[in-house]
Design a protein around this ligand. Structure first.
Ligand code: ADP
Length: 498
């Protein structure tokens, strides 16, 4: 008999919901965008009630259209985004402060000056940064009159987005956070799997407001009765959750140490499963909890490329050499190589392993023979080189070989870029049939608890491959090109004046 799982995929710009069947096929989708609030330059907020309302409507649409019995509900979410609400009334005391928001950068500088950076990295696996929730909580408690005292009295609750959605779905019965989200708060010790007293004291955050950390495939509660549009879900277990990047790693069936995934979106997000020991990075990568299931924790190394698909957007909007993103592929394919041109897409600096905020974009090796086709090809190569840099850092930091790179995201449809990626990494690059890997990961975590899938092997079987790219170009040529990329990066580094 077929069985069905509902995944709630709460993203930064829209709330989505997808019903999957046991074979991993999508049965129905609901989606609603919602408002981005920019109170000041560099500040980003969401209305927590809008997050819930749009997610509820998306779920109602997906469930209504599918018209099948749902066995379990799983959640995946934008990570680090911070919400504080009243325990008694459920009313948020401030807007959600979104992961991108830089308003606590000064607070982070202050912590850095006091020498907290090393302790934070040792305990949390993170770099001290305004992305993570801890300083955002501090900011709200400082900003809203009386909030600190109320939090100390246990009257206020903190949650990242999955915590908020689970609380709403269970009618306020369950105040939990899954490990993959908890470890993005800068308050959670990834070795002891507990909120860390010293970190909470560092930010003066009352531990009474923190949710209970739970595993990623476990019973969090049941959907409460009477949620408009979701009446048919009453009593269905909410039993799987993971932050978006970890959910994608799970949805890509990267279950073994050495399995890795890259999402080619506007930026690129790379995660590598490093097994049960939290590898510490020497290259500026973050160590994170991928998931914990049945008492067994799996860790991952994580890195990101600031400019991935945005490089293709720049060819379209900045240079005007293509009319739309898909046009980059035939243009790049019209030449056998980039003719020695290297494009370093450091438009906004470079992340791991360089961490150079003063690097800027560069196109090197231009000759009179250079055409727009060479530039287009160099742009795709520039994205693939950056992912190669991350993967090489992961190889070094984990001491493991990467067996296969699983890919997803809007730009992963580019066959030529995937071929270039495989040539550079010298490993297979595998693209799945169902590219909704994040939502599928959430569904798989919930379905594993509810018995829709009996084992990780069954989940891996539901994750079907569209195409595998294997190395074709001679290794020596790729190595030479990669050396030239490194030389080009050196020239792009430290360019903007401080
Ligand atoms: P995000 O979730 O970050 O908004 P997506 O996963 O939707 O991003 O991917 C969008 C990116 O994919 C865009 O930057 C665009 O340039 C790129 N893209 C879209 N279609 C193609 C294509 N056919 N070939 C190459 N790149 C593409």
């Amino acid at each position: 008999m077929n069985k069905y799982v509902l995944a709630l995929d709460q993203g930064t710009t829209s709330s989505r919901a997808i019903v999957f069947d046991k074979s991993g096929e999508i049965v129905s989708v609901g989606q609603y965008p919602y408002e981005q609030i920019y109170p000041q330059p560099g500040w980003v907020e969401h209305d927590p009630e809008a997050i819930w309302e749009t997610e509820r409507m998306a779920a109602a649409e997906a469930v209504g259209f599918a018209n099948v019995p749902i066995s379990a509900v799983g959640i995946t979410n934008q990570r680090e985004t911070t919400i504080i609400w009243e325990k008694e009334t459920g009313r948020p005391i401030y807007n959600a402060i979104v992961w991108q928001c830089r308003r606590t950068a000064d607070l982070c500088d202050g912590l850095d000056e006091k020498g907290f950076g090393e302790m934070i990295t040792a305990k949390t696996g993170l770099k001290l940064d305004a992305y993570f929730s801890g300083t955002k909580i501090r900011w709200i408690l400082d900003r809203v009159p009386g909030a600190q005292e109320r939090a100390e009295r246990g009257e206020l609750l903190f949650g990242t987005v999955e915590t908020w959605l689970i609380w709403k779905l269970t009618g306020g019965k369950s105040h939990v956070t899954d490990y993959s989200n908890a470890c993005r708060t800068m308050l959670f010790n990834i070795h002891t799997l507990e909120w860390d007293k010293e970190l909470c004291e560092m930010l003066n955050i009352p531990m009474a407001m923190l949710p209970t950390p739970v595993e990623n495939s476990a019973l969090y509660g049941e959907v409460t009765e009477g949620i408009p549009g979701l009446e048919s879900l009453a009593g269905v277990p909410v039993c799987g959750s993971a932050g978006d990047q970890q959910a994608a790693l799970f949805g890509q069936a990267c279950f073994k140490p050495g399995d890795a995934k890259n999402t080619y979106g506007t930026g690129c997000f790379t995660l590598m499963n490093v097994g049960e020991f939290p590898a510490r990075s020497a290259s500026g990568l973050v160590t994170t909890i991928a998931w914990s299931i049945g008492g067994k924790v799996t860790y991952a190394l994580e890195g990101s490329v600031f400019n991935g698909g945005s490089t293709i957007q720049w060819l379209r909007d900045g240079l005007g050499i293509i009319g739309s993103a898909p046009e980059v592929n035939p243009l790049a394919e019209s030449v056998p190589d980039s003719g020695g041109v290297i494009l370093v897409p450091a438009f906004t600096g470079l992340g791991a392993p360089y961490w150079d905020m003063y690097a800027r974009g560069a196109i090197l090796g231009i000759t009179r023979g250079t055409t727009k086709a060479h530039i287009a090809r160099a742009a795709l190569e520039g994205i693939a080189y950056q992912v190669t840099d991350l993967m090489n850092a992961m190889r070094k930091d984990s001491g493991r070989e990467i067996s296969v790179l699983h890919v997803d995201g809007g730009a992963s449809v580019s066959n030529i870029m995937m071929q270039i990626q495989s040539d550079l990494l010298r490993i297979p690059v595998e693209r799945p049939k169902v590219v909704e890997t994040t939502a599928f990961g959430a569904a798989a975590l919930a379905g594993l608890y509810a018995g829709v899938w009996e084992s990780l092997d069954e989940i891996a079987a539901a994750h079907r491959c569209d195409r595998v790219f294997t190395p074709e170009r001679p290794a020596e040529d790729c190595e030479r090109d990669y050396r030239n990329w490194k030389r080009a990066v050196e020239r792009a580094q430290n360019w903007a004046e401080k």
